[in-house]
Write a protein that binds this ligand. Structure first.
Ligand code: T4K
Length: 395
């Protein structure tokens, strides 16, 4: 982002959170031609196998099992791990984390988060363990690693299975090691809106040979070779065109991360000094795709979170309230567990304050445009903070 966007005030094309990163169109189209020539469209095709191998190498993990989307990948991982009864998850996540359990007759039990990290609070996890608990699903929200060591210690101590929803965490690290190798397995989403996308898609990564083999069977109806079904299964297969998109995007992923990081820095500078508006930082010691630009709107901000969202939407800047109101406020969990919120004070507090802003290949000056909207809202409410000029806003 360099100079102010001259069309911002009358933008016709909406500026979405979640616009796909399409990093190498020519390479994608070349691969699609190859798929059509091969006449091999799905069912563990060569593109899927190549993508699995490249992701496993990149993450330093033994197995990558590609799937048709992150939700099915979660469901298959949960089933392959043998989770039953109750499983502890954050409520502060995309609803798919909870649905993947509920869909298979398992009760998601919501534990509160640490407001400083937005991730599960290990002490809260301990409080939610009952005799029916079979496992914990940690979520690396915004790509920031969950407290992996602490959760693993709880799991080991209490005889629970531990897996991670790493939907946001492609390209992230924990203590310098790539996310993808922790717990029993980790589940990625490669949905169009993710930093790295295969249009629709996902994967489970694991170092456990037997678990990987079970998941490979499960994603293909339990088939082991022709007409030999040896396991219950479903259809979780990634198609070749999605894998082609992934292979093309993998080449451009590091450039996307650089762009995101620059945008993040520009947002940080442009938003400085607006009262009660704080940009969520990423730990400089860890890798993160910087895909999510997350604002926390505090009490000192003269405008409310929802006023900010409404004003940005009126200008065709489609900021999001991810993940308002938390899973416990969504159906069926709201009716099933009407008192869940009593043990989720931090989740409730945070859910009312979050704004997620667009990132990726943005028009020039987007950070300045958005910060000027927020600054002018703050001023209309009676506060005055001078806007930084163009030169002060980072590239
Ligand atoms: N766990 C976590 C923690 C997750 O965040 C997710 C998914 C999952 C599990 C499940 O993985 P998947 O089964 O989805 O692979 C979106 C995505 O649909 C969802 O994948 C994602 N998390 C979640 C955070 O965001 P919505 O309902 O906001 O999506 P949608 O389709 O409205 O897209 C958001 C915006 O993106 C649109 O307003 C416009 C823009 N967009 C979207 C698409 C699909 C585009 O510009 N182009 C596009 O092609 O949930």
């Amino acid at each position: 982002m360099t100079s102010p966007d001259p069309h911002a005030s009358q933008r016709r094309t909406p500026l979405h959170v979640g616009r796909p990163n399409i990093t190498n169109r020519a390479e994608f189209l070349r691969r699609v031609e190859q798929i059509l020539d091969n006449q091999w469209l799905t069912n563990n095709g060569p593109m899927v196998q190549e993508l699995e191998q490249r992701i496993a190498e990149r993450l330093g993990v033994k197995h990558c099992v590609a799937m048709c989307n992150g939700t099915i990948a979660l469901e298959i991982a949960i089933r392959a791990l043998g989770l039953t009864g109750e499983v502890i998850v954050p409520s502060w996540t995309f609803v798919a984390t909870a649905h993947a359990l509920y869909w298979q007759g398992i009760t998601p039990v919501f534990a509160d988060i640490n407001p400083a990290t937005h991730n599960l609070d290990p002490a809260a996890v301990r409080r939610m363990i009952t005799p029916r608990t079979s496992g914990i699903i940690g979520v690396h929200l915004w790509g920031r690693a969950a407290p992996i060591d602490e959760l693993q210690a709880i799991a080991d101590e209490r005889g629970l299975k531990l897996m991670f929803d790493a939907a946001h965490a492609f390209g992230s690290s924990y203590k310098g090691q790539s996310i993808g190798r922790f717990g029993a397995c980790e589940v990625f989403s490669f949905h169009a809106t993710k930093a790295f996308n295969t249009m629709e898609g996902g994967a489970v990564t694991t170092n456990d040979d037997a678990l990987a083999e079970t998941m490979r069977l499960m994603r293909n109806f339990g088939f082991k070779g022709y007409d030999n079904v040896i396991h219950p299964g479903t259809n979780g297969k990634m198609i070749e065109v999605c894998a082609a998109m992934g292979l093309a995007n993998l080449d451009g992923f590091d450039a996307i991360v650089d762009t995101n990081r620059r945008n993040h820095a520009a947002y940080k500078q442009a938003l400085a000094g607006i009262p009660g508006v704080e940009l969520l930082d990423y730990d400089p010691a860890e890798r993160n795709s910087h895909h999510y630009v997350v604002l926390e709107v505090g009490d000192e901000c003269p405008a409310s979170r929802d006023e900010i969202i409404a004003t940005l939407h009126a200008k065709n800047i489609l900021a999001r309230r991810y993940f308002w109101p938390g899973c416990h406020g969504m159906q069926p969990y709201r009716d099933l567990f009407p008192h869940a919120g009593l043990v989720l004070p931090q989740t409730n507090n945070l859910a009312a304050r979050i704004v997620v802003l667009p990132n990726g290949n943005l028009p020039d000056g987007t950070a300045l445009t958005i910060s000027n909207v927020l600054r002018s809202m703050a001023m209309q409410h009676g506060s005055s903070h001078p806007a930084p000029n163009d030169e002060q806003v980072a590239q």
